[in-house]
Design a protein around this ligand. Structure first.
Ligand code: WQD
Length: 322
């Protein structure tokens, strides 16, 4: 298929582009490079330097594609609470532009990068797709609103979508082909990697008094290569079955902050200084996914999301920064 990957120069988008190329699809990346990197582009893929807020450019760029994968969004939870305007414009208006350009261009399938952030505080775990969606952050709200837009465009315009609710994306391409670092990362594993290679002094552990086995927060880390595979499977599903889906993507395994720090020390051989500080506002003690539905519908399960693979593939990239 001819696939336009919007946000395809970013951390997850580049892995998705790689997976579609590996499967023999024709790929064009559309990215404004605000956080995406030229170094994340592949010579076999086309590239359009454009912005989803420029409707004319976007609709021109979208012509002739069979499907769109949409990963172009701001994703800093904390920032979204102080600058909601930025998230409204880019995430929501930008998506409306993508949907309208898809209608105009006759594109019938869209794969959307959604998030576990749509759920908010978990009422039970593992979180399945029936769990109520009450986002705690404005960022999560934008993702949920976009899912609702997708639902309407499905009903009214016949655009089939796959909304993929990622849990904690982590790791790097298992074949080592992607090496772009995120700037100013706030997520745990890149923060730990930066401490391991001397880019920062210490890791702050946000709380050690949670109701978890070691007192630190437990999350469901899912390898970015597993996520990339899910995008390809999801597009195959929506296009073959002419049916939209919303699925959770996680490893179904809970890993604590301390377990990650310890595994990173073992794998990197670096001391990785860590300090326990207070809890971060809004953090649940535990969050894990049920990915049963993704398994049933897509035959997807996480294959590369074990702790060692997450850390080893990340270290392969970060060790070059020492
Ligand atoms: C993981 C664990 C922290 C940093 C976020 C978004 C979510 C989704 C995935 C996009 C928690 C602890 C972290 C640090 C720490 N994103 N931690 N020190 O918050 O689970 O999920 O990314 O859609 O919407 O909220 O991920 O990596 O920030 O935190 O102790 O410096 O690590 O408290 O327990 P989170 P995270």
């Amino acid at each position: 298929m001819k696939i336009l990957i919007i946000g395809g120069a970013g951390y997850i988008g580049s892995h998705v582009a790689r997976e579609f190329l590996d499967r023999g699809h024709s790929v064009t990346v559309f990215d404004n490079l605000s956080s995406g990197l030229r170094g994340n582009l592949f010579p076999e893929a086309g590239f359009i330097h454009g912005d989803i807020l420029d409707y004319t450019g976007l609709s021109r760029a979208s012509a002739g594609f069979d499907a769109v994968v949409h990963l172009a969004a701001f994703k800093a939870v904390g920032e979204s609470m102080v600058k909601p305007e930025k998230y409204s414009v880019n995430n929501i208006n930008g998506t409306v532009n993508i949907l309208n350009a898809a209608v105009e261009g006759g594109i019938k399938n869209i794969v959307f990068s959604s998030s576990a952030a749509v759920f908010g505080q978990p009422e039970y775990i593992p979180v399945d797709e029936k769990h109520p969606a009450n986002p705690e952050s404005y960022y999560g709200f934008t993702k949920l609103e976009i899912e609702r837009f997708l639902g309407w465009y499905d009903k009214l315009k016949g655009i089939r979508f796959a909304a993929l609710r990622y849990f904690n994306a982590a790791g790097y391409d298992i074949k080592g082909r992607i090496k772009g670092l995120e700037t100013n990362p706030a997520n745990l594993i890149p923060v730990i990697m930066e401490a391991a290679c001397g880019m920062r002094e210490t890791v702050q552990i946000f709380g050690s008094d949670y109701d978890t086995p070691d007192g630190t927060g437990v999350r469901d880390y899912v390898h970015v290569s597993d996520l990339a595979i899910a995008h390809a499977m999801a597009l195959e599903y929506t296009s073959k079955n002419d049916k939209s889906i919303t699925v959770n993507l996680g490893s179904e395994t809970g890993i604590s902050v301390l377990e990650i720090v310890e595994a990173a020390r073992r794998i990197t051989g670096k001391p990785i200084p860590a300090t326990i500080v207070g809890r971060r506002a809004g953090d649940p003690a535990k969050l894990t996914a049920s990915s049963k539905l993704a398994h049933e519908l897509l035959n997807w399960t996480a294959k590369y999301s074990d702790l060692d693979t997450l850390i080893k593939t990340s270290w392969e990239v970060y060790k070059n920064q020492q």
